[in-house]
Design a protein. Structure first.
Length: 319
């Protein structure tokens, strides 16, 4: 039975949205255009995408969008922002040459279009050309300083170059500059810092807690913090986090079951059994409509199996 099916708080898997890897299919079903007013009082169009790439194919997919913007380019061939828009769609399709060609044309049509450099950096990070991406980011930062996305891309490029500590610092800067807290940025920063080892691991978890506070609660950050605390063997911190989340949860038995899992993994059989029994009692005390739900039944079955397994273990390694 999967954890999702059982209704348990799940372990986090690697999130691709902010990973330092080469291809990063950032995008959304609708293109969001952020307009930045420059000192010269004219507008620069910056293309910014969300976390989920549009589905390829069909009028609403990337192919349809490329066809639509190509039609607009035919009517307005001197509009550099249309080339910039199409370049982003080409990037989503990993059509690196087509994207680069559109960016070159956009730069030729409007040499003052700062967003071209940001788009070049995004393309080069996705294409795993980090040194060139950093050069583009330097130019964009010179023209449009203080933008969080610049530092997100810089962090990814530095990670590709193996400069982990510098990448972690760039993630810090991205967090500082963000107009609104972004859980993906906090998530990526924590992964980067934790990978550095040593004192960086405590800083990684502290950064996740900072993100939870700034966001007013973010379960994916709580889950990652719990995962990292468990990985570094800080059972006391992990159990304290689980207890805090349990106390505030509408379904406390889910977190009680998570505590039992942690205790069993640590070899603390007696305490694990106690946590299982408490979780089972909480399920029994829940309203009938909740007990009869699929997730509750699956959780009950998982807890029963854990209880049988723990009851069959002789002795204890409890301190």
């Amino acid at each position: 039975m999967s954890r999702r099916a059982a209704g348990l708080p799940g372990r986090l898997v690697s999130r691709g949205a902010m990973s330092p890897g080469c291809f990063h299919p950032s995008g959304s079903t609708s293109l969001r255009l952020t307009v930045i007013r420059r000192e010269a009082s004219w507008l620069v169009l910056v293309l910014a995408f969300g976390a989920v790439a549009p589905k390829a194919g069909g009028h609403d997919g990337v192919d349809g969008r490329i066809a639509a913007v190509t039609g607009r380019i035919a009517r307005r061939p001197e509009d550099a922002t249309l080339r910039l828009e199409r370049a982003e769609y080409h990037r989503l399709q990993r059509a690196w040459r087509a994207a680069a060609a559109d960016l070159e044309r956009a730069a030729a049509l409007d040499p003052g279009l700062a967003a071209v450099h940001l788009a070049r950096a995004r393309l080069d990070v996705d294409g795993c050309v980090p040194a060139r991406a950093l050069a583009a980011l330097d130019e964009f930062d010179r023209r449009e300083p203080g933008r969080s996305e610049t530092w997100v891309l810089r962090a990814r490029a530095l990670a590709q170059l193996g400069r982990g500590a510098d990448a972690a610092g760039a993630w810090d800067r991205a967090v500082e500059l963000a107009e609104r807290p972004d859980p993906d940025v906090h998530f990526a920063r924590a992964r980067q810092r934790f990978a550095l080892g040593g004192d960086h691991r405590a800083r990684a978890i502290a950064g996740l807690d900072e993100g939870v506070r700034r966001l007013g609660g973010a379960m994916q950050l709580e889950e990652l913090a719990l995962q990292l605390e468990t990985e570094q063997g800080d059972l006391a911190a992990a159990l304290a986090r689980v207890e805090r989340l349990r106390a505030a949860a509408p379904r406390p038995e889910l977190w009680r079951a998570r505590a039992a899992e942690l205790l069993e993994r640590a070899g603390r059989r007696v305490e694990a059994l106690a946590a299982v029994d408490l979780a089972l009692a909480e399920i029994a005390a829940a309203p009938a409509r909740m007990r009869s739900g699929r997730s509750s039944r699956a959780l009950f079955d998982e807890l029963q199996r854990r209880r049988e397994r723990l009851s069959g273990i002789e002795g204890t390694r409890n301190p």
